[in-house]
Write a protein that binds this ligand. Structure first.
Ligand code: GTP
Ligand code: MG
Length: 137
């Protein structure tokens, strides 16, 4: 069965939204298969965000993601990758649709779209790659 990596980013954890976010995914019917909280180091983040290296937002993104605890979860179920991206909403929380995680809980706090609460894998290949990075034990 399909798996995805979900991250509650430092803004979501520090605002106390972890439970509310994970509850939406569970309530939709997906199984929480693994869960951990950690403050990621630069090396882990560089691996995770390898596709964005060199982009203007890369350095600020890594700095933000390393700024505090992140909750990493594995959810599983049929088409969970698509389902979570739909639950998360558009990248920019200011305009993400109401009803989505980003649309209901997010806004621009001065860093454009960086503080958008969650990450979700975008393909089965990304999911397996990212799960190996965050759950390496
Ligand atoms: P999707 O857009 O739904 O694919 O979300 P995503 O989280 O997968 O976005 P993407 O992979 O494009 O970028 C990764 C993360 O980098 C985003 O979630 C944002 O936190 C951040 N990001 C993306 N684009 C920008 C940008 O233009 N400016 C800033 N400051 N951050 C960005
Ligand atoms: Mg992405």
């Amino acid at each position: 069965t399909e798996r995805t990596l979900v991250l509650v980013k430092p803004d979501g954890v520090s605002r106390g939204l972890t439970g509310a976010i994970l509850a939406r995914v569970e309530a939709k019917g997906y199984r929480l298969a693994a869960l951990e909280q950690l403050t990621p180091g630069r090396e882990l983040l560089a691996e995770h965000y390898a596709e964005h290296e060199g982009k203007p937002f890369y350095e600020p993104l890594l700095e933000f993601m390393a700024s505090g605890p992140v909750v990493a979860a594995i959810f599983e179920g049929e088409r969970v990758i698509e389902a979570f991206r739909s639950l998360a909403g558009a990248t920019d929380p200011t305009v993400a649709a109401p009803g989505t995680i980003r649309g209901d809980f997010g806004r621009d706090w001065g860093l454009k779209v960086q503080q958008n609460l969650v990450h979700g894998s975008d393909s089965p290949e990304s999911a397996e790659r990212e799960i190996a990075i965050w759950f390496s034990a």
